[in-house]
Design a protein around this ligand. Structure first.
Ligand code: NAD
Ligand code: UGA
Length: 469
């Protein structure tokens, strides 16, 4: 059995490494057009893998060279495979019809066309990328158009791993979802996962349910974050504590405790793009009420990010111009080097517009990445700002704090919980403010150190009672 995966990104790389690791009898080849990425996957120095995930180096090192290979020879890998996963990017479209909302499927379609051109044998094509419902129909019609409709069976097998916990999620998934029409093809893919996933956790459905379940799962998860973030604002007005509220409601087994951590806002490559994709489909199918319901999840998230930046500006006497602000964390969550749609990008943008000087510390993110992200959200002179010292990438939290008016925690890296805040406070301008966008800082410790602390959803009770107006 030979498996090929097109796309050696955050999903293709770890997912295939896990399959190769758990299925020594299957030869797995991951291909990509990006030569640099493939070279990094092949680098003998495992710290250079293009994706940072705890435990991934171990999984790769056990299988690479045995039954796991990374290559740029896409045609060869396609021609030899029994199963071909398509795991390429499907970002939000930035041009033409549906710009800013629909998924851009050009990379998926290119893969389908390349497969159609190259294969001359029976093969199973698996959609691993997150795609709009009925994308499998597009792939099937491309195969049929060149007379290969009978040779190529199409399955949907969306990926549910989360970054930072990819290895854990892949080794013990809550479920594996396989959608398809052809029983033999479904069984073939079930057998791959059954090497390590208990059979009862491998769910099989029709193609369309599988495609739609992926968008729905991300929409529901993002909705929980926006729901608790909406309540965080009310907590700040009334003296309730959002973590206590989350604990209280999460103890109800019908609600459950996960995904109730209030924050500066959700980020990541998928929540926003997948909800936008869902709303586009709803609008397309004449369901504006459904589309608007889900748009609210994104609007609330945008508001939460802006609200946090405004809180910083307001607290620093309504001006941050020429003030140094230390930014702790730039990745969209801890334990990843991924910054896509990170809340930090938007908070930094808003502060830079107000002419703040930012000293950014993140253990995994480079200055180049930060500049590219800021340029993308409209800070077109980000490179110049970096050259002039208005944006700096520093190598420790202490350096970010030195001489700063304020610190803002934007990613929940564990190391930020354990900093010596008393020593850090000493080096800052007074009053020294700390804005905890992740609610990870020990309140008593930092307020004892002298910090003026703002945490999400933990306002002081206002004295006045509210009244009916
Ligand atoms: P990515 O951008 O990290 O990787 C995609 C890779 O595909 C890139 O390296 C690109 O060079 C390559 N590629 C594109 N077209 C190609 C082609 N024609 N031939 C060969 N290589 C090609 O993207 P990702 O984060 O891995 O996401 C991939 C898909 O998985 C998306 O649809 C995403 O929504 C979904 N997904 C992502 C995550 C996540 O945590 N990142 C989780 C679940 C699902
Ligand atoms: C998410 C889903 O959890 C995965 O199941 C899915 O496969 C993936 O999207 C995808 O399709 O790409 P991911 O974005 O990697 O995974 O990370 P999450 O753990 O879901 O976090 C997303 C964002 O929400 C992060 O910015 C995180 O900090 C934030 N978040 C999460 C909160 O603010 N509060 C929470 O309680 C949970």
């Amino acid at each position: 059995m030979k498996i090929t995966c097109i796309g050696a990104g955050y999903v293709g790389g770890p997912t295939m490494a896990m399959i190769a690791n758990r299925c020594p009898d299957i030869e797995v080849t991951v291909v990509d057009l990006n030569e640099e990425r493939i070279a990094a996957w092949n680098d003998p120095d495992l710290s250079k893998l293009p994706v940072f995930e705890p435990g991934l180096d171990q999984i790769v090192s056990e299988a690479r060279g045995r039954n796991l290979a990374f290559s740029t020879d896409v045609n060869k890998a396609i021609s030899e495979a029994n199963i071909i996963f398509i795991s390429v990017n499907t970002p939000t479209k930035t041009y033409g019809t549906g710009a800013g909302q629909a998924a851009d499927l050009k990379w998926v379609e290119k893969c389908a066309r390349q497969i159609a051109e190259v294969v001359d044998h029976d093969v199973i094509v698996v959609e691993k990328s997150t795609v709009p419902i009925r994308t499998a129909a597009m792939i099937k019609s491309i195969m049929s158009a060149v007379g290969k409709g009978d040779k190529v069976k199409v399955l949907s097998n969306p990926e549910f791993l989360a970054e930072g916990t990819a290895v854990e999620d892949l080794s013990e998934p809550d479920r594996v979802l396989i959608g398809g029409e052809d029983e033999a093809a479904i069984q073939c893919l079930v057998d791959v996962y059954a090497h390590w996933v208990p059979r009862e956790r491998i769910l099989t459905t029709n193609l369309w349910s599988s495609e739609l379940s992926k968008l729905t799962a991300n929409a529901f998860l993002a909705q929980r974050v926006s729901s608790i973030n909406s309540i965080s604002a009310l907590c700040e007005e009334t003296g309730a504590d959002v973590d206590e509220v989350a604990r209280a409601i999460g103890s109800d087994s019908r609600i459950g405790p996960k995904f109730l951590k209030a924050s500066v806002g959700f980020g990541g490559s998928c929540f926003q793009k997948d909800i936008l994709n869902l709303t586009y489909l709803c609008d397309y199918f004449g369901l504006p009420e459904v589309a608007n319901y889900w748009k609210g999840v994104i609007e609330l998230n945008d508001w939460q990010k802006a609200r946090f930046a405004q809180k910083i500006i307001k607290t620093l006497f309504n001006t941050v111009a020429d003030k140094k602000i230390g930014i702790l964390g730039f990745a969209f969550k801890k334990d990843t080097n991924d910054t896509r749609e990170s809340a930090a990008i938007y908070v930094c943008r808003d502060l830079l517009i107000e002419q703040a000087n930012l000293a950014i510390y993140d253990p995994q993110v480079s200055l180049e990445q930060i500049i590219a992200d800021l340029e993308y959200v409209g800070i077109t002179d980000a490179r110049q700002l970096a050259e002039d010292g208005h944006i700096t990438k520093v190598t420790s939290a202490a350096e970010a704090a030195d001489g700063a008016h304020a610190l803002a925690v934007l990613t929940e890296w564990d190391e930020f919980k354990e900093l010596d805040y008393a020593a850090i406070h000493e080096t800052m301008l007074k009053p020294a403010c700390l804005f905890d966008g992740r609610n990870i800082i020990d309140r008593d410790q930092v307020t004892a150190a002298g910090f003026q602390l703002y945490s999400i959803g933990k306002g002081e009770a206002k004295e006045a009672q509210w009244e009916v107006r």
